[in-house]
Unconditional design. Structure first.
Length: 448
């Protein structure tokens, strides 16, 4: 590595990437998870206190909202990724956060589940843009040998965002009610604050992310054709495996954010006689433990992913996810001590899957098609959320409240087995490209 190579917190950055670009990027990482955690974790309060929906419908409605939100993501995420190869990452990121802000403002104004679905779809289109750009920018901004560290720091930011949502935003209704607001007014105020955060981050993204440099030859293909390239890229076994891992890792985030909070809140109000606000606060603490563990161990997974074979690192994360999620079936008291141990393991698997799958996909792509490939990578994640939301909502209402977690655990096991089979067949495309460049350079020197 050249001594003149730029570094940001120990991460070697690519040419033209400055410290403020990296700082802005990590702010978007915090905000994306903060707002994504909030919209799911705050839904029990929305259902019970603002919309007056019966608790026995919460599971199916949560699944329905996730379904349509993911349909919006599926319809747009591949196009966002391909479009970013043409118009740049910062524009897509800014538009994404703007749409998230609009959706969060509208959310508590919904007078029916149908309206709520519409607003959730607006959110889905926005979060598709933001999450696609985050994974893409890890590949754009960090050199291959530092992408594990870059993704590890991203994981820390994810943890900060989730913990902030759970410990700060979820507590705001109680604060506002103590100041004299009604439960409904407190809910509206909380949503307005979340919307304001999204708008501020949209502006910061427009100012602080790296400007797009257009290459006419590179971007002459249509956006649709670029998206098709992302699908065809799955011929590479490493990319295909990363797509499968995205299916599981994105489902992890939604299952923890939506169904864990719902399970705990319902148990608190139904079995322990808590108020909705107190139950939500208690649920937030337990879910925050999972996110806190994710924050603490994100650097570990980042360093591990740079030190060992990246497929091996992914397999470790997948097995941890399998163990943690399926263990929920053994839990009878979700507020008991064993639940703490289980959510710790869940937190490890969640952050491990996000980091290792993201680094693997960046490793297998190049600058010209990275946006398109990562668009399909996020599309696979959206499909994972869609499937787990439908199956999870049904299992939550008709089998066990641990059902969504058991389902995702076995999905992780399937991808683990797949990865174990193809591990030795996956070629590191970044290392291969660097070796070819070095060989061509030597050939040119010899010719001279």
């Amino acid at each position: 590595m050249s001594k003149t190579a730029k570094k940001y917190l120990g991460i070697y950055t690519t040419h033209g990437v400055h410290g403020w670009n990296m700082s802005t990027f990590y702010i978007t990482c915090v905000a994306t998870i903060l707002l994504g955690t909030f919209i799911n974790a705050f839904q029990p309060y929305l259902f019970s206190q603002i919309m007056g929906i019966s608790p026995d419908q919460h599971g199916s409605i949560t699944g329905t909202l996730n379904f349509w939100g993911e349909m919006a993501i599926i319809a747009t995420v591949g196009l966002w990724g391909a479009l970013s190869d043409k118009v740049g990452r910062k524009l897509i990121m800014s538009v994404g956060f703007l749409l998230i802000g609009i959706a969060l403002y509208l959310y508590p104004h919904a007078e029916s589940v149908t309206q709520l679905i519409l607003y959730r779809m607006i959110y889905g289109v926005g979060i598709a843009a933001a999450t696609c750009m985050i994974v893409t920018l890890v590949g754009d901004y960090a050199k291959d040998e530092s992408r594990g560290k870059a993704a590890g720091l991203q994981g820390v930011c994810n943890g900060i965002g989730a913990v902030t949502a759970l410990f700060l935003l979820l507590r705001l209704p109680a604060v506002f009610q103590a100041q004299g607001q009604t439960a409904v007014e407190a809910g509206f105020t909380t949503y307005n604050i979340a919307a304001a955060i999204a708008i501020i981050v949209a502006i910061l993204s427009a100012i602080g992310l790296k400007a797009h440099v257009r290459d006419e030859m590179q971007h002459k293909d249509s956006t649709f054709k670029k998206a098709i390239e992302g699908i065809k890229a799955a011929k590479d076994q490493g990319i295909a495996l990363a797509y499968g891992a995205s299916f599981v890792s994105r489902a992890n985030l939604t299952i923890v954010g939506a169904f864990m909070t719902l399970w705990l809140s319902n148990y608190g109000t139904g079995e322990m006689g808590m108020t909705a606000g107190d139950a939500l606060k208690k649920a937030g603490i337990i879910v925050a433990i999972a996110q806190g563990c994710a924050l603490l161990f994100a650097p570990f997974f980042g360093i591990l992913t740079d030190k060992i074979n990246r497929v091996s690192a992914l397999l470790i994360a997948l097995f941890i996810s399998f163990a943690g999620y399926t263990s929920t079936y053994l839990i009878s008291d979700p507020f008991g001590g064993w639940m703490i141990l289980v959510v710790v393991v869940i937190g490890l698997g969640e952050i491990g899957g996000i980091i290792t799958s993201g680094v693997l996909i960046a490793q297998q792509t190049n600058d010209q098609n990275r946006g398109a490939v990562i668009g399909i990578f996020n599309l696979s994640g959206a499909i994972g959320i869609l499937v787990s939301s439908i199956a999870g909502g049904y299992l939550f209402d008709h089998w066990e409240q641990s059902g969504p977690f058991v389902f995702v655990g076995f999905c992780a096991l399937i991808v683990f087995i797949w990865g174990f089979i193809v591990k030795d067949k996956i070629i590191n495309r970044q290392e291969q490209s660097q070796a070819e460049d070095a060989k061509n350079l030597e050939t040119d020197k010899a010719a001279i």
